[in-house]
Write a protein that binds this ligand. Sequence first.
Ligand code: SAM
Length: 273
Amino acid sequence: MITEVTRVGGEWLDLREPADAAARDPELVAHLRRHLPPTACLVVHDLGCGTGSMGRWLAPLLPGPQHWILHDRDEDLLDVAASDPPGPAADGAPVSVEVRPSDVTLLRPGDLTDASLVTASALLDLMTRDELAGLIDVCANAECPVLLSLSVVGRVDLVPPDPLDSHVAAAFDAHQRRMTERGGLLGPDAVAAAVKGFRLRGAEVLVRPTPWRLGAAEADLAAEWFTGWIGAACEQSGDLASDTCSYARRRLAEARAGELAVTVGHADLLVLP
Ligand SMILES: C[S@@+](CC[C@H](N)C(=O)[O-])C[C@H]1O[C@@H](n2cnc3c(N)ncnc32)[C@H](O)[C@@H]1O
């Protein structure tokens, strides 16, 4: 099936920002701090920045002056990112941002050679294998650490469980791996492909599980996530749509009421050249 890549909504990114911040791995940041190049001002390229949540989380955990270059192909999201920049660095040093409308799959080796750090968050699973290989080339040429946060790994747990959960999960994963005009998307295979690609380049790659754990306090996010999850699964598998009508209604009501505990598997990768 050929499917266009859909735009990511700013409201969805706002809703998930606190859960993303809670899930990201601070221990990898401690490692990262030890491997940052000594420089008067860190230059950080955030690829597929969305509304800039990665910078708002990470910049205050890093020392010294920083200049963040925020890349996204969606100029509406870049406008939001520019209007809500990160706070100061860990030691109070200034942090500046610049937005750069761009398709990160068109970056060339040599384009990020000014980088002290490359970051991306919730991006890898949206790429094809060839696009990821190109990104790995670009990062390897930058010869700096790379922090790749919150890539989905295809593990979802719902409590209380339901026999239909695993059918929906399988259809959702197939949707994530769907064919597009650019090729098949990596979806939950992105982490393994990135680890392999960077290690073949001789880089050290640290991997940490960074799941969302959504409970009653995150009922709005759980309900929105569930709606997207079942919607994608039904788009992928037409038969599922008729089989899951009452399941979908019941599970959504549980999520809205804070009665569904949702764990969504992600991983963070720190690549050290
Ligand atoms: C799931 S969102 C994550 C946004 C942000 N990194 C975060 O963690 O909140 C993926 C983002 O990548 C952007 N994106 C996807 N493919 C892209 C590409 N080829 N070039 C530039 N941006 C891209 C989307 O526009 C979207 O903002």
